[in-house]
Design a binder for this molecule. Sequence first.
Ligand code: KIV
Ligand code: ZN
Length: 507
Amino acid sequence: MADYKQIVIFDTTLRDGEQAPGCSMNPAEKLEVARRLEKLGVDVIEAGFPASSPGDLESVKSIAGIIKESAVAGLCRSLEKDIDAAREALKEALSPRVHIFLATSPIHMEYKLKMKAEEVLEQAVWAVRYAKQFCDDIEFSAEDAFRSDRDFVCRIFGETIKAGARTVNFPDTVGYAMPGEFGERIRYIKEHTPGIEKVKLSVHCHNDLGLAVANSLAAIQNGADQVECTINGIGERAGNASLEEIVMSLRVRRDRFGADTRINTAQIYGTSRLVSQVTGVKVQPNKAIVGENAFAHEAGIHQHGVMANRETYEIMTPESVGISKNQMVLGKHSGRHAFEDRLKLLGFNTDSGLLEKLFTEFKVLADKKKTVNDRDIEALVMDAAASVPETWSLDHWAVNTGSALGASGTIRLLHKAGHSEKIVALGDGPIDSIFKAINQIIGREPELELYEIGAITGGSSAQGETMVKIAWDDRRYNGRGVSTDIIESSIKAYLAAVNAMEWESAH
Ligand code: KIV
Ligand code: ZN
């Protein structure tokens, strides 16, 4: 078998991805995503930016405490307090990485940092040396490297390598580069940075012109050893390079790149679904690799070709990225084994204490719905696993509505301290009335920024899936709810977001 260079996959879904508007995750969701990334086989999980908030520090800490197979990185500015926060957050990690950054482009140095190039160099070297005292695995990023003077980047990389950096990262922070010139720049850096042969050269590409993946691949062809990317390409503005597209490009075209990764590609689809579910950010249907239509052959001539030989129109199989063509559905007569097998197939961790609860919920659902498919099961797991402890839980609800009357909603919620509250509210439609009733109970009126409802599968007995995003005090909280009743799915989604808000307020 040919010898392929192994590219290091540095996943920043939980940091650059999560910091994008509308992509926030609660701590339980971040842990769930981190577990999935480990299973996927990423080499480094960037778990957050510990100095950015006490919540982020705690979240990096809890991820560092459970991840064994991947390194766990925490981002820091080149400041003592940031590096100290990363040290605290990563102290339990088996393989900690401190990721330090400082901008090197003229525009960032003059207007953002208000520093001269020499001061930037000195600060970066100081920061790497400071962090090196307690962590061996240091990465230094020259923010906005592509718009920086290339010889200055070589110098700062050379000096930070001397100070102890084991990875130097070249970001195209604003997504400005074209693939040809990005590749050339990487080659230049590789050829002109003192000591680069002893460390890994990384790239981090943003997608403002839709070229993040192309630029990352051009960098690999020109000597990059590590790529930074996110699941579904989520991230600041137009996003980051998409992990699944880079990984599958390398796997499908190993002949061209002479490089591969240690990613277990069969975990790609499940991880993509999880990230989409917890962030509430849908994957576009025609998205490469993980979009709903990525393997759909609609035209008759294509279907005919694929039936004769799949390779006529398919360069990779859906199974290779974890899209199961197994159409077998589960129903109320399916046993625990079949249910557990399906959970495993979908990539969920079945040895958690959740199995019993999930199986009971599955039986209730199977009673309401004749058939339960993979999407339904995913929804059950997401409901059960990725939530913060509930401050408020639903006891019962009722709505009255009609064309001649306004709507009124009644809801009774149970508080974790043991008391309950019941309110009746009027509103503009059933959802508005019931959300108003909830607001009166919790004593806050968060802004409803997003309310989306859809069906998980087809048919009138399908489960309704509701996504909400609420904003309070400049923070955003997602909630998701699933039920065969769409008002109940809306209540569940709203309460999940409210509980995330309550949890953060209490911590
Ligand atoms: O885009 C960027 O430059 C970054 C750095 C912090 C690596 O995210
Ligand atoms: Zn970035």
